[in-house]
Ligand binder design. Structure first.
Ligand code: PRP
Ligand code: URA
Length: 209
């Protein structure tokens, strides 16, 4: 089952508006994307159950504290997902980073894999797949299915903007994923772009257009 969580925090909505604005340059775009990713992962972690540990404090006393008991791996879908990693690492500096390289054929809109590298971590690690755009859903579906085949099942996906078509596709083609998204937009246009969307995320992050 895909559980869709649309995050409505005002800070997320304000930063999303900066991303949508065509006058936002690539420096501001990347900064806001990292900030929004950080806020979204803060929300995503709200149901994480940390392990209890005993801590000795400098006052010669003991107290119960909490710590992570699982590895966390951030997995950006290249290229655009890279623009969210730094923001998430601010909250989770210990997280490792895997990479999945996928590009979308401009004509068929099908995704094609060109790179896959995950760290050597237990298969029950928390995997946070990040990609700002969920358009047809093809890239997200291929990434999640690849991770499943590799044995990972504890998968969360963070996207900024999704199209209803892509979200329905995801619901039909993957199992057991929690999706965290800042907005579900109107539709896809004939070229597979999200409307109103924010344009080509990769180009806007890296200033390639
Ligand atoms: C974009 C975006 C997603 C994908 C979404 O990547 O970053 O990965 O398209 O579209 P989909 O849901 O229809 O698969 P693109 O292939 O343009 O590559 P880039 O990030 O390298 O620019
Ligand atoms: N990829 C993007 O970068 N933007 C879209 O609107 C759709 C796919």
């Amino acid at each position: 089952m895909v559980k869709v969580n649309v995050l409505d925090h005002p800070l997320i909505k304000i930063k999303l508006s900066v991303l949508r604005d065509k006058n936002t340059n690539h420096t501001e775009f990347k900064a806001n994307l990292n900030e929004i990713a950080s806020l979204m992962v803060y929300e995503l972690l709200s149901d994480y159950k940390p392990k209890e540990i005993c801590i000795e404090t400098p006052t010669n006393s003991k107290t119960i504290g909490k710590c992570f008991d699982k590895e966390i791996v951030i997995v950006p879908i290249l290229r655009a997902g890279i623009g969210m990693v730094e923001g998430i690492k601010l909250l989770l500096p210990q997280a490792r980073v895997g990479h999945i390289g996928l590009y979308r054929d401009e004509k068929t809109l099908e995704s094609h894999e060109y790179f896959y590298k995950m760290p050597n971590v237990p298969k029950d690690s928390v995997i946070i797949v990040v990609d700002p755009m969920l358009a047809t859903g093809g890239s997200a579906i291929d990434a999640i299915n690849k991770l499943n085949k590799d044995g990972f099942s504890n998968i969360k996906m963070v996207s900024i903007v999704g199209a209803p078509e892509g979200i329905n596709n995801l619901k039909q083609k993957v199992k057991n994923v929690d999706l965290f998204i800042a907005a579900i937009d109107e539709k896809l246009n004939k070229d597979g772009y999200i409307i109103p969307g924010l344009g080509d995320a990769g180009d806007r992050i890296f200033g390639t257009k």
